[in-house]
Design a protein around this ligand. Structure first.
Ligand SMILES: Nc1ncnc2c1ncn2[C@@H]1O[C@H](COP(=O)(O)OP(=O)(O)OP(=O)(O)O)[C@@H](O)[C@H]1O
Length: 354
């Protein structure tokens, strides 16, 4: 599903590779944590999967396509297979929850009927069906992240890329977000999550790929956060305890005491706009536990497998252009090829009918 062959990334003006001869394969349906100290190359990896950057050397295959040969005209179509979630949510502040999620579908030209069915389904999946008419600023941080996740998966992406999705949330709220991501993964979507959240990684015991200075130093099927990454985390003062409902905090995974390299794991295939993004409602440390965090509805069906608005993944906190209009944002998110037109009739009157 995703294969990196000898991939290196050296940014212009730098000497040290952000990624250094990375070889790995991620199979359909896997849940993978990307861990490593700040600057170890996690976001660079995600940007390459999204074809937001081109590697300096090596080849990348995603969903059977050699990213080196996809024409720029086809990139927006390729990206519709990928959903992306960010630490800072990036919701459209003047649109309600329904319309934030519907926006992705409108941009790719889905019919009003499709939107009216798909959006409530995905909002129920993330536990927000009661809040379809709320504006982002009327939601807690955890709820805003659920909207962002709903938007990312409403078009059933095969792959969900999450760049520190719990980075702005308190531990309890983070646990709720992880439940949602687990549910999405259980529906068959491959999830790749870059994180500094050692407690989540230790608790989930999923595949862990650890990067140190752009090199894969550990690739474990059921790993913990790992000592190298943890030391870096401790030095930065960013540690947390979490509680993922239904999960017992287990012992550390092998390799947590000493970073070891093991061959990439093989797991079984699963069965199966004028608005700028809104910033987190509260600062991470100051945010109170998400009291209104909804109990998430049981998955009625496998979660829709593609497309978040693949917004650019950037290494540093992203500056937001407040004057970006919807058309510009859609193009920027890679949902539409530059110059591609959409039917304006489909762009209007999308919202809950009740
Ligand atoms: N656009 C860029 N131009 C130059 N250097 C870059 C660029 N983006 C990233 N880098 C450098 O590449 C290295 C890897 O950065 P990257 O953002 O991938 O790390 P990261 O593991 O995601 O870090 P963090 O956890 O802080 O988000 C760092 O040394 C960073 O400074």
């Amino acid at each position: 599903m995703i294969r990196f062959d000898h991939v290196s990334q050296i940014y212009r003006g730098t000497k040290k590779p952000a990624l250094n001869r990375v070889d790995l394969e991620i199979l359909r349906g896997e849940f993978v944590f990307l861990v490593g100290a700040s600057g170890s190359g996690k976001s660079s990896f995600l940007r390459l999967v999204l074809k937001e950057d081109k590697p300096t050397s090596g080849s990348i295959h995603v969903l059977g396509q050699d990213l080196g040969t996809i024409s720029s005209r086809k990139v927006p179509y390729f990206r519709r297979n990928l959903g992306v979630v960010f630490q800072d949510f990036r919701l459209l502040p003047n649109k309600n929850v329904f319309d934030n999620v519907a926006f992705t579908l409108q941009v790719i030209g889905k019919s009003r009927g499709f939107i009216q069915e798909a959006v409530p389904d995905v909002l129920a999946m993330v536990g927000l069906n009661e809040k379809a008419n709320r504006l982002p600023h009327e939601l807690s941080g955890g709820e805003q992240q659920r909207v962002a996740i709903a938007r990312a998966v409403v078009n059933k992406p095969a792959i969900l890329l999450a760049d520190e999705p719990t980075g702005n949330l308190d531990p309890l709220t983070s646990g709720g977000i992880m439940q949602v991501l687990q549910r999405i993964n259980a529906g068959g979507t491959t999830v790749i999550m870059a994180t500094h959240d050692n407690a989540i990684v230790d608790q989930m015991q999923r595949r862990v790929i650890e990067l140190v200075q752009g090199e894969v130093v550990r690739d474990e099927l059921e790993g913990g956060y790992g000592m190298t990454a943890e030391i870096a985390l401790r030095d930065s003062g960013m540690t947390a305890e979490i509680g993922i409902p239904g999960m017992v905090r287990g012992s550390r995974g092998m390799g947590s005491s000493t970073p070891t390299f093991s061959a990439p794991v093989v797991t079984a295939e699963p069965s199966s706009t004028s608005e700028a993004p809104v910033a987190p409602a509260q600062a991470p440390a100051a945010q109170a536990p998400d009291q209104g965090e909804p109990a998430v509805a049981a998955p009625a069906a496998p979660v829709p497998a593609a497309s978040a608005p693949p917004a650019p993944l950037s290494a540093t906190p992203r500056a937001v252009d407040p004057v970006t209009d919807q058309l510009g944002l859609a193009e920027k998110l890679g949902l539409r090829a530059p110059g591609e037109r959409i039917d304006p009739a489909k762009d209007q009157n999308v919202g809950p009918t009740s």
